[in-house]
Write a protein of this length. Structure first.
Length: 407
């Protein structure tokens, strides 16, 4: 019998009708002879509400273990409801919280990593002829407390479970029918990809394409899990995430992503001396703040420099506090911060062998009068930071410029 994992995201289980729709879909697979383990998210909007409640009591210093206790509760509701919906249409099913499904994580509350999954509880359930409905996004830490994996983490739960029970496929059902060249909700001419390589998907996800969570792609790549992204509302093939040798003809640029999650900080007039970058980024690293793009510009006299870099929006207040505290050691004049920025990235494995990709990006933005505030590159990606108000304009112009528009 074929063993499959199916994951349904928040919009796919947003109300009772949609939960019934998901149950009916699962039934078709069971009837066709598949053993199905299901991973579900909380109903759309629920996790945001739960996070909002925690922030409402304490915006900065809250106990992350208790945060996890609160935000993990959304998934408890949907697993129970889906199990009941399955039972009402004659499909035996039982639900599992993360700990009941053997999902063990580290103790990094609110951003825990899965350490190990004991496949036995879910396999025993499937062997007894029932559908196993598992709560995504959560597990149990070494101290015996509930942990969550970070926003969007149900994708990771699903891929990890698929690897643990050696499922043939991991189907990620969502509110779009596949992975597109860019977010189809912003660029109407975005094209659906039949296949995308793990590497490109990983890069797309890590720079903001939230259709799959980054860690889920990394896990799938490592454990060779066959992932498909497809719609829970329509019956049609989605996008397969595959190894590079399975893609017949690769585009030079396969996708464009954006992230509104960045904030820009500029440290003005620091002495241009050896050790100054270390003086700025050392305290930030100690405070566990990740820095993404970095630009240093030197003044004409060569004595002073400005350091511009980005941190995540959530880390901005803490980053500013850390820099303020280290002002004497760093020795700067002032600091500017701007959170109305967006990072736009173009991605493609073809970049390894083709020149001119970055130039085309800069020229396209220039033609639209969009100023670039910072740049970063990797082997298969070029990212720029621009003002947030130009997000749509930039995405559409770049999509056309790289020949990605659908006919
Ligand atoms: P779920 O709740 O099912 O996990 P998400 O909201 O996390 O769904 O992810 C699906 C969303 O990802 C889509 O609605 C779409 O707006 C967005 N998205 C961003 N980039 C892309 C892309 N390149 N292809 C498809 N969807 C994308
Ligand atoms: N419910 C969680 C979230 O909204 C996890 C997920 O949906 O993947 O982030
Ligand atoms: Mg998601």
């Amino acid at each position: 019998m074929t063993l499959v994992v199916q994951k349904y995201g928040g919009t796919s289980v947003a109300d009772l009708d949609r939960i019934r729709n998901v149950a009916a879909r699962i039934k078709r697979h069971v009837t066709a002879g598949e053993k199905v383990a299901v991973v579900v998210s909380a109903m759309a909007g629920t996790t945001n509400q739960l996070v909002g409640w925690v922030h409402g009591l304490d915006a900065a210093g809250y106990d992350t273990a208790e945060y996890d206790q609160v935000v993990a509760s959304g998934e408890q509701v949907t697993i129970g409801l889906l199990a009941i919906a399955l039972q009402t249409i004659g499909v035996p099913a039982r639900s599992f919280l993360g700990w009941q499904a053997g999902i063990r994580t580290d103790a990094a509350y609110s951003k825990a990593r899965i350490v190990e999954i004991d496949p036995r509880p879910v396999l025993e359930c499937l062997d007894s002829g029932k559908v196993a409905v598992v709560a995504g996004f959560q597990g149990i830490g070494p101290e015996g407390r509930v942990t969550t994996l970070g926003r969007g983490g149900s994708d990771t739960s699903a891929v990890a479970l698929a690897a643990a029970i050696k499922a043939e496929r991991c189907d990620i059902f969502t509110d779009v029918d596949g992975v597109y060249t860019t977010d189809p909700r912003i660029v109407a001419r975005a094209r659906k990809l039949e296949r995308i390589t793990y590497e490109e998907m990983l890069e797309m996800a890590s720079v903001g394409a939230k259709v799959l969570e980054t860690r889920s792609v990394a896990l799938a790549m490592r454990h060779h899990v066959r992932v498909q992204v497809l719609s829970s509302f329509e019956d049609k093939p989605g996008t397969l995430v595959v190894d590079e040798d399975e893609v017949v003809e690769s585009q030079i640029v396969s996708g464009i992503a954006y992230s509104r999650n960045e904030a820009r900080i500029t440290v003005l007039r620091v002495k241009d001396r050896p050790g100054v970058a270390a003086a700025i980024f050392g305290p930030l690293a100690e405070a566990n703040i990740n820095v993404d793009m970095i630009v240093q510009s030197v003044s004409r006299d060569g004595v002073y420099a400005n350091q511009t870099f980005t941190v995540s929006k959530a880390d901005l207040p803490r980053a500013l506090a850390v820099l303020e505290k280290a002002k004497d050691e760093i020795g700067y004049e002032s600091i500017l911060a701007d959170s109305d920025v967006v990072k736009i990235s173009v991605i493609g494995v073809g970049m390894r062998s083709h020149a001119g990709i970055a130039h085309k990006m800069f020229a396209t933005l220039a033609a639209k009068g969009i100023n670039i505030q910072a740049i970063s590159t990797s082997e298969i990606k070029v990212s720029v930071l621009i003002a947030e108000e130009y997000t749509e304009l930039a995405l559409r112009a770049l999509h056309t410029a790289y020949g990605l528009d659908k006919d």
